[in-house]
Design a protein. Structure first.
Length: 361
């Protein structure tokens, strides 16, 4: 079994993207133990033709001299992750079109195309909705990771085949001792000006959370979940800047080495407060309560489907810092086991469905 995982990079500076890469591979391996897994992302150099340029993808459909189509046909299964939340025009129509053109190219081969559990939509324009609908019809199996995405797919007249959950729950749970108290993940995306939330209000809320936790006598660790890189969207500068604002020598700065390291960090905490969704999902999947600071639709439906009711939405909460601090004073540990059991139930649906598709041409 040779499986190709699209749009998830196991070397990305964004540890959430690494979660998708490792989780999708783990999902395939549950169905096909020992499968050879290949990852394909922007600039990965894995494919014989660059996949980040939509013009090259169009050419690969019509020019027999282009090797990409034959290369894709050499796999037994293609799992399309769309980077978890990129099956939308939220990041621009070009990104959606590029991803969908590659999926279309896979569909033109004999290799089964599966859409891994992911967020579906929203699509703001009629053109984007048409692209999204066509792309789902190209897939032999479409899986959502939340019920809101499933409802949105129905509105596009291509219902999902499976309602599942995030592939982070396919990853092994590290066995580490509880050595940290509260781990606070600060998002570099939201710390700077961004299209999601007011960055000034975000900075104020996160700073108030950090100061409130310290005032409550909690031991605080600041976590970067997107590692330092030339790309502006990374958490390291934001974490360092918040530490300087706090001016507290007892605050720990945590910049993980890799995915295994960050999962050990979340497993070592009593509580994780995170602005990156996968910082929170890494926490819950390693048995640690999490309070997500949501900035988009992808957070709350996924977590509610897992029975986790403790999301604070930065877009709607009147006092997000106060809400987080109130939750931090509760013992949420007993609820995590229920969430993990529900996650395994939902993920089991994806395993069964993938087993019925994978490798069947």
């Amino acid at each position: 079994m040779r499986a190709l995982v699209l749009w998830a990079d196991h070397r990305s500076s964004n540890l959430g993207v690494r979660v998708l890469a490792a989780g999708a591979a783990a999902l395939v391996e549950q169905v096909h133990p020992g499968a050879q897994i290949v990852h394909l992302h922007y600039g990965s150099g894995t494919a014989p033709t660059p996949v980040g340029d939509w013009r090259r993808l169009v050419r690969s459909r019509v020019d027999p001299r282009e090797p990409l189509r034959d290369w894709l046909a050499g796999f037994d299964l293609v799992v399309d992750t769309r980077a978890g939340d990129s099956f939308s025009d939220m990041y621009g129509l070009r990104r959606l079109a590029t991803h969908s053109l590659l999926a279309r190219l896979v569909a033109s081969t004999s290799t089964p195309l599966v859409m891994a559990p992911q967020t579906i939509g929203p699509f703001a324009s009629r053109r984007a909705r048409a692209v999204g609908r066509r792309s789902m019809k190209d897939a032999r199996l479409v899986m959502s990771r939340d019920s809101a995405s499933a409802a949105y797919a129905r509105s596009l007249r291509r219902p999902v085949d499976v309602e599942s959950t995030d592939v982070v729950f396919a990853l092994p749970r590290p066995a580490v001792a509880t050595s940290r108290d509260v781990v606070l993940n600060v998002s570099g995306l939201l710390w700077a000006e961004n299209p999601h939330v007011d960055h000034v209000a975000y900075r104020r809320a996160v700073t108030d959370v950090a100061r409130g936790l310290v005032a409550d006598g909690r031991r605080l660790s600041l976590l970067a979940h997107v590692l330092d890189s030339p790309v502006a969207d990374n958490d390291v500068p934001a974490v360092k800047e918040l530490a300087e604002l706090l001016d507290d020598g007892d605050v720990e700065l945590v910049v993980p080495d890799d995915l295994d390291d960050v999962r050990a960090v979340t497993a070592s905490a009593r509580l994780v407060v995170g602005s990156r969704m996968h910082a929170c999902l890494n926490a819950l999947s390693t048995g640690t309560p999490a309070v997500p600071l949501a900035y988009s639709r992808k957070f709350e439906p996924l977590l509610k489907d897992l029975g986790w009711q403790h999301t604070v939405d930065l877009r709607t909460a009147e006092d997000p810092a106060g809400a987080v601090l109130a939750l931090s004073r509760l013992d949420l540990t007993s609820e995590v086991d229920h969430t993990l059991a529900r996650a395994q139930e939902l993920l089991g649906r994806a395993v069964v469905a993938l087993g019925e598709v994978g490798g069947v041409r």
